[in-house]
Design a protein around this ligand. Structure first.
Ligand SMILES: C[S@@+](CC[C@H](N)C(=O)[O-])C[C@H]1O[C@@H](n2cnc3c(N)ncnc32)[C@H](O)[C@@H]1O
Length: 289
């Protein structure tokens, strides 16, 4: 019998396979829909819960809700992360509501989270900063020529941009960030430090990369196919694309020397050639050698 999670080319186009193919690119919406579906099902069934099972008490329903939502997520072959969210969310909500706290207590954390994560549920690229070791390795990719332009896609709180601008004041560094709170922090830090780094609030997918010599991305696996397509369209010959930690599906490349070891995430780098093809940056081209 074929495994529930098999995705081989031999997989038939049964309804479950079709559902999984559809669910794959949009796990957040599918997880939400499954949470709702399982909640509605349990509510409809609640009059028939036996007294021996607490007559369908709220607590029992919350646990069943979590188990059912996680099981449905597993049937849809959602990644483990979403199974855990679906399992924990109803139970955590139940016990939080049981505290009878005023709803006002939730408003400030909600606003903070919205300002921090903004459209991350759509882009599927959350905030987490890169390490100083990555900034140093990235700086070595810049040639000694002055006037080069660097773009940090999703610049977060600005650590990378500020460090690079301090190290190479002869170059121009721009960070673009979609979430208001990280952007504001980076902008204030740049003012405070009198840094030459410019932080722009916006969506990098709507920004033209043609003016830059080095484009740096620390995003997520979900963002990589579109990132590659945009780089292929917009980078000018000679410009480099560097991805921290996440590779591009179908593009095998070795990490830059010094990365991918001792807890430093791998850095993958490609250069746009004159024939408009992105090719891995050769080890000999890397100033860190
Ligand atoms: C993993 S963090 C990287 C932060 C920073 N580049 C660093 O290296 O420390 C990714 C950032 O990208 C931002 N982001 C996600 N999608 C974006 C988009 N479409 N346009 C601009 N920023 C985006 C997120 O808000 C998050 O702050």
């Amino acid at each position: 019998m074929r495994s529930l999670h098999s995705h081989g080319p031999e997989a038939s186009w049964s309804w479950i396979d079709r559902l999984r193919r559809w669910a794959g690119p949009r796990p957040q919406w599918v997880a939400l829909a499954l949470l709702l579906l399982s909640w509605i099902s349990l509510r409809l069934l609640s009059p028939w819960w036996p007294a021996a099972m607490g007559g369908g008490s709220d607590e029992l329903q919350a646990w069943c809700h979590g188990v059912l939502a996680a099981a449905l997520a597993w049937c849809c072959a959602l990644p483990l992360w979403w199974l855990m969210i679906n399992a924990v969310f109803p139970v955590a909500t139940h016990y939080t509501l049981a505290q009878s706290w005023s709803p006002d207590w939730f408003l400030l954390p909600l606003l903070l989270l919205v300002a921090l994560y903004w459209s991350n549920c759509l882009t599927r690229v959350p905030y987490f900063p890169s390490q100083p070791a990555v900034w140093i390795l990235l700086g070595r990719l810049l040639s000694p020529r002055s006037g080069q332009r660097v773009l940090d896609l999703g610049s977060g709180m600005g650590g990378l941009g500020l460090a690079l601008a301090a190290r190479r004041p002869d170059c121009s560094v721009v960070g673009i960030e979609v979430a208001p709170l990280p952007w504001l922090v980076s902008w204030l830090r740049a003012r405070w430090q009198r840094s030459g780094c410019a932080f722009v609030r916006g969506d990098y997918r709507r920004h033209d990369w043609a003016d830059y010599d080095l484009v740096f991305a620390y995003l997520s696996p979900a963002a990589m196919p579109a990132l590659w397509a945009q780089a292929s369209r917009q980078l000018r010959p000679g410009a480099c694309l560097v991805s921290c930690e996440f590779g591009v599906p179908g593009q095998s490349v070795r990490p830059l020397p010094g990365s991918g070891v001792r807890g430093i995430p791998p850095l993958y780098a490609w250069r746009m050639e004159v024939d408009r093809v992105l090719r891995p940056v050769g080890r000999g081209e890397y100033a860190g050698q």
